[in-house]
Write a protein that binds this ligand. Sequence first.
Ligand SMILES: N[C@@H](CCC(=O)N[C@@H](CS)C(=O)NCC(=O)O)C(=O)O
Length: 206
Amino acid sequence: MPKLYTMPGTCALAPNIAVAWLGAPIEIANMAYGDHKKDAYLAINPRAQVPALVFDDGDVLTEAAAILAHIGAAYGKESYARDERLGRKEALSYMTSEVHGAYGPHFAAARYADGEAAQAEVKRKSYDRLHEHFVRLEKTLNDAGGEWYLGRRSFADAYLYVLTRWIKQTPLSIDDYPALKGHRARMEADEKVGVALKRQGMDPVG
Ligand SMILES: N[C@@H](CCC(=O)N[C@@H](CS)C(=O)NCC(=O)O)C(=O)O
């Protein structure tokens, strides 16, 4: 059975949720934080990042957007219209690169600047960028009816949930983005999201 490597608190939650939603025959291998830098995992992903999907023949797929696309194509039962397929691809590329990337200075300021003052400045500026992304995400969600990011539930919702969970760790407030707040609560009311959180050693953020 293919194995999805995850770690508490990480974006690997999105494919973990996708596996739970589809009941896909994929084992979740949740590592303790730190194990991603040990030899056993570096042999799987030398960049020391999760998620990684390891197939029975040893092939490895990394990058959350690619893993989500694979899970949808291999195990998805619903058929999506062309505009939905394109919308999902665009949403996942945007979220995994632009928005996740904008969290970089928050999570790892030392990669962007030296010294406490410079790092604080880099972080402060990153909250401005994140705010712009949340305004855009909020608008897209509202334009789609306010319930699911693309109008009906898709893997974009799983990744959006990862991004809105992290708001809690920043000085920004989910209260400033009411549609995102409602979306996060909707995700946390989902039984399968609860299953995914549990197997990744995580709790709802409330
Ligand atoms: N571009 C990659 C990014 C993956 C990534 O940044 N993973 C983070 C967790 S969200 C990680 O493994 N970080 C390792 C660390 O914290 O040292 C993807 O979309 O899968």
